[in-house]
Design a protein around this ligand. Structure first.
Ligand code: PLP
Length: 423
């Protein structure tokens, strides 16, 4: 008997009782290797002693202070730490409790930027079809996963979607990376022109697509082109790094790899490594100045934003990652993981693609390698993989994605950054 509404009512989850390092233990004594960090969250693994010590120390000092009354040393220090090596132009941090909240704030910041700067007609949000930006209504409206959106459509704000940059599915035979990048990015320009450039507020995209497609990296200079198109039409660029950011790809901010900087950047998951619920929206000096010179505030806020315990977790996690140079391990172990996946599954009759960056890797499963036809969704392959893996003591993150209406299954692997070759 349970009074919890679980994610799946008819298959309630196993009961976890403890976790340390890269493994979990349940109430039956079975252990599980956490090869997905939950959902790409637990970047330092579990029970990291320094994070626990930082949390105890913060709890002894100050557990909660409402941000309408106080700021705190720990929140200020975390913001400074995040900005110190943030992409160029990002100057301020808005602390929240998770990824969806960070995306909601980014969408509203984009809108308020234009009301503050005398362009109130800019209201359209453009996103990509193969994307996930969260489950709250604004983030769900922006996201491009039709399955998640379908029944809530009557409640969703208007948003516009273009094709993702997804080479395995959409790059044509004989098309170079550069030509494909130009074609995929060109969809943004076409959409902006169709809507009317002075009505578009922002374009939002994940630098590496996570849950909906499985570690899909862009090809060539796709993101440089996207940045240039946004600049050409005065459209703000929001990069959603909730899943791929904070070192997951081997770069602290995933967009470093692409050599671009957004106007707004969202982070969560690996920011607090699961030790506390925390997310953040980073904003550029240009947006900060518009608020500062205009109304003097961002018209938003949550009771738990800037929570000292969450900030303490985020600061401790990020300090350990920096001090122990864990991003080098993410790059090295990511290459090892990819090579081992290729060696083990590369020729498998039902493996279509193996891809990713850093410790953010995925295997796409297909019914037929030649045609790339996905499995029938009624088979619920991803659910079976998850339960079979759990039965064998392994946590992976399988999903059925949607590619322009075609469902495909993939398995995402996102082990903690402390993972070793032996693990
Ligand atoms: N954005 C991206 C890219 C995500 O992967 C997720 C969660 O998976 C979210 C936003 C939503 O974050 P949360 O589940 O913390 O609300």
């Amino acid at each position: 008997m349970t009074h919890l509404l679980h994610r799946s009512i008819h298959t309630p989850p196993r009961r976890a009782v403890s976790a340390s390092g890269i493994s979990f233990t349940d109430d039956k004594g079975q252990t599980y290797i956490d090869a997905s960090g939950g959902a790409a969250v637990s970047c330092l693994g579990h029970a990291h002693p320094e994070v626990i010590a930082a949390l105890h120390a913060q709890l002894d000092k100050l557990a909660y202070a409402h941000t309408g009354f106080f700021t705190t040393d720990v929140a200020e220090e975390l913001a400074a730490h995040l900005i110190a090596d943030a992409p160029e132009g990002l100057s301020h941090v808005y602390l929240l409790s998770g990824g969806s909240e960070a995306v909601e704030a980014a969408l509203k910041m984009a809108r308020q930027y234009f009301t503050e700067t005398g362009q109130p007609q800019r209201r359209h949000i453009i996103a990509r079809r193969q994307s996930y930006h969260g489950n709250t209504l604004g983030a769900l409206a922006a996201g491009g996963n039709e399955w998640r959106r379908a029944q809530f459509k009557p409640l969703l704000m208007e948003a516009h979607h273009i094709a993702p940059c997804f080479a395995y599915r959409e790059q044509q035979e004989g098309e170079t990376d550069s030509d494909y990048a130009a074609r995929a990015a060109g969809e943004l320009e076409t959409k902006i022109l169709e809507l009317g450039p002075d009505t578009v507020a922002a374009f939002i995209a994940e630098p590496v697509v996570g849950a909906t497609a499985g570690a899909v990296t862009a090809v060539g200079d796709y993101f440089k082109r996207i940045r240039a198109i946004c600049d050409r039409y005065g459209v703000l660029l929001i990069l959603d790094e909730v899943m791929c950011g904070m070192g997951r790809t081997g770069y602290r901010y995933a967009c470093e790899y692409d050599g671009i900087a957004p106007d707004l950047l969202t982070i969560a998951k690996g920011l607090g490594g699961g030790f506390q619920p925390i997310g953040a929206t980073l904003l550029s000096r240009k947006i900060f100045d518009a608020f500062a010179d205009g109304s003097g505030f961002f018209q938003h806020g949550h009771t738990y934003m800037g929570h000292p315990m969450a900030a303490a977790a985020g600061l401790a996690v990020q300090q350990v990652i920096a001090r122990d140079n864990l991003l080098a391990n993410v790059q090295a172990m990511g290459a090892t993981l990819n090579a081992q996946l290729q060696a083990t599954f590369g020729q498998h009759a039902h493996v279509g693609d193996i891809r990713g960056r850093g410790l953010f890797q995925a295997v796409e499963l297909v019914a037929d390698r030649d045609s790339k036809a996905p499995f029938d969704p009624a088979r619920k392959l991803h659910a079976k993989i998850k339960s079979e893996a759990m039965a064998r003591g392994l946590m992976v993150y399988p999903m059925g994605g949607t590619i322009d209406g075609v469902r495909g299954d993939h398995v995402l692997l996102a082990p903690p950054f402390i993972v070793t070759e032996a693990d």
